[in-house]
Design a protein. Structure first.
Length: 259
């Protein structure tokens, strides 16, 4: 689910920021502190509140004196509101010696999800885009599942990220994405295909619960360790189709096409 673990990014050297300090693992916190070389960060930025991104924030804030900034709206996470120095959102900025980071609201994976765009140079041109969990460095999908995940919002946020025109995307899991436009198109196409599969499975097989649809859509070869994530993904698709008026939820808890 997290590929090679959570990647923590330091942007700048003399006035750096830390993006997603990572999990509450002492070795990880110590590695980030060592990489800072005694410099106090201007801010600790969170793309969202999930523990593998925010767990180290309290310890790193105590050790460095840096404030923690994140968006409102989290439904779960390891960071108490009292530990947040500033609530940020769309359009907020933080200055580093490497350029200005601009917050972009990208709900979908989580309601509080942000991406951070680095602009630099006299023209303020778009460069690196730190995308958190909105895209992964490998593959063509990331987890979007209720109650936090919202597929309609996720697809809208993909369009937002495509329009930014960044040269490179840096996900929190996996290597950098060197062709952002192609990656976004791949992610959109993956969701389009999966939505079509769920739609077709309901039409051909009749009303079903999310777990039943997982078997129809993914087949018997799905790894047992991925069943729960697949059910969450199918539930998000059903919510998307329900919002569009294409399916309804019956009194038995099954979903059926709207004829």
């Amino acid at each position: 689910m997290t590929l090679d673990g959570t990647r923590t990014y330091l942007v700048g050297r003399e006035r750096p920021v830390v993006i997603d300090p990572g999990p509450a693992v002492e070795e990880h916190v110590a590695a980030v502190e060592s990489a800072l070389g005694g410099v106090r960060p201007a801010a600790i930025l969170l793309t969202h509140s999930h523990a593998d991104h925010s767990g180290a924030a309290p310890a790193l804030a105590r050790r460095t004196g840096a404030p923690v900034w994140m968006a409102r709206g989290a439904r779960r996470g390891s960071l108490a509101p009292a530990g947040v120095a500033r609530w940020i959102g769309e359009g907020d900025e933080v200055e580093t010696d490497a350029g200005t980071l601009h917050a972009i609201a990208t709900p979908g994976h989580a309601p509080d999800h942000l991406a951070f765009l680095l602009r630099h140079g006299p023209e303020g041109g778009a460069g690196a885009l730190f995308v958190g969990d909105h895209l992964m460095g490998v593959g063509d999908t990331t987890l979007v599942a209720p109650p936090e995940g919202d597929l309609a919002a996720y697809l809208d946020s993909l369009v937002r990220l495509r329009e930014v025109g960044a040269t490179t995307m840096y996900p929190a899991h996996g290597p950098p994405i060197e062709d952002p436009a192609a990656a976004v198109e791949r992610y959109v196409e993956h969701r389009r295909v999966r939505i079509g599969q769920v739609r077709d499975a309901l039409r051909s097989g009749g009303p079903a619960r999310p777990g039943e649809l997982v078997r129809r859509v993914y087949g018997a070869d799905l790894h047992p360790g991925l069943v729960r994530a697949a059910e969450g993904s199918v539930s998000a698709i059903l919510g998307y189709l329900r919002g569009r008026g294409e399916v309804k939820r019956t009194f038995t808890g099954r979903y059926a096409p709207v004829s």
